[in-house]
Design a protein around this ligand. Structure first.
Ligand code: C5P
Length: 227
C-alpha cells in the first residue's frame, strides 16, 4: 500500500554532543540521514519523501541527496524550533492526501515489515504507532522515592514511524497550533482529538541515534545486517 513519509531532520542533536546536527555523523562512512532516506527511497510503496530541515543546512542536504542518489524527495520544508513545528511545516508541503508516516530521521534501522503494518493499520483505522514492550520493571518515583510499581503488561515504549490518514494528522496539528499545545509525539496530538491510536509491535533495534553509545549500537546493527 502506497504512502508518503515525512522525515523531521531539523534538530540540533544536543544530547549527542557532536557540535553539529547528529544526522551528518556517519555509520560505516555513510551519514545517518542517508541511511534513513535509503530505507524509504528503496521501498516501492513509498511514493514521496518530504524533509523538514534547518534553513542553514538545506544546501548541504541537497548536496548529500545528489551525492547518494536519493531520488524520492519531493519537497524540503523549513523546520521549526520544536520537532512538532518541523513536522507541521513538512505536512504542509505534502501534495498527496493519503497515508502519511512521520519518522525520525535519526532512526535508520526501521524494518519494512513494520512500515507496511503501520500503513495498513492507518488505512484501516486512522492512526497507528510503532512501539515495543518495556523490558524492565517500571516504577513511578517522585523526588527519588518510589510511589508505585506499574503493571508492565499495559506499558509500551513508543517509537516512530507514526502513521496517519493525512486529514487526521492535519486536523490534530492545526488544533495543537491554535491551542498552543506542544506534544511529545504526533500520536499525542491525535489522541487529543479523541481518535484511537493503534499500536504496531516494532523491534528493539529501531533505535534513535541520540547519544554517543547509540552510534556504537548502530555500527553493530549494520555489521550484523551485512553479514
Ligand atoms: O532530538 P531528537 O532525536 O529526539 O529528534 C527526533 C527527530 O526530530 C530528529 O530526526 C530531529 O532532526 C528532528 N527534529 C526536527 N526539528 C526540531 C527538533 C528535532 O526536525 N526542532
Amino acid at each position: 500500500m502506497i504512502y508518503t513519509v515525512l522525515l523531521p531532520a531539523a534538530g540540533s542533536g544536543k544530547r549527542m554532543g557532536a557540535g553539529q546536527n547528529k544526522l551528518f555523523l556517519e555509520l560505516r562512512n555513510v551519514p545517518i540521514l542517508i541511511h534513513t532516506l535509503r530505507v524509504f527511497d528503496r521501498d516501492p510503496n513509498c511514493e514521496q519523501i518530504v524533509l523538514a530541515v534547518k534553513k542553514e543546512e538545506k544546501v548541504l542536504i541537497e548536496r548529500l541527496l545528489k551525492e547518494y542518489r536519493v531520488t524520492k524527495v519531493s519537497a524540503i520544508a523549513e523546520g521549526g524550533e520544536e520537532r512538532q513545528h518541523s513536522v507541521y511545516a513538512g505536512l504542509k508541503a505534502i501534495t498527496t492526501k493519503g497515508i502519511v508516516l512521520v519518522h525520525d530521521a535519526a532512526r535508520p534501522f526501521i524494518h519494512q515489515v513494520v512500515i507496511q503494518q503501520l500503513v495498513q493499520a492507518a488505512h484501516t483505522s486512522g492512526a497507528a504507532v510503532a512501539a515495543v514492550r518495556a523490558k524492565d520493571t517500571m516504577k513511578k518515583a517522585v523526588n527519588g522515592i518510589i510511589q508505585e510499581t506499574i503493571d508492565r503488561e499495559s506499558l509500551w515504549i513508543i517509537q516512530t514511524p507514526q502513521a496517519f490518514q493525512y486529514t487526521i494528522l492535519e486536523k490534530a496539528e492545526r488544533l495543537a497550533e491554535v491551542e498552543n499545545f506542544l506534544g511529545t509525539d504526533e500520536a499525542m496530538l491525535v489522541e487529543r482529538l479523541g481518535e484511537r491510536v493503534h499500536i504496531v509491535e516494532s523491534t528493539y533495534d529501531n533505535v534513535k541515534m541520540t547519544t554517543r553509545e547509540d552510534l556504537l549500537y548502530g555500527e553493530a546493527i549494520l555489521n550484523k545486517r551485512e553479514q
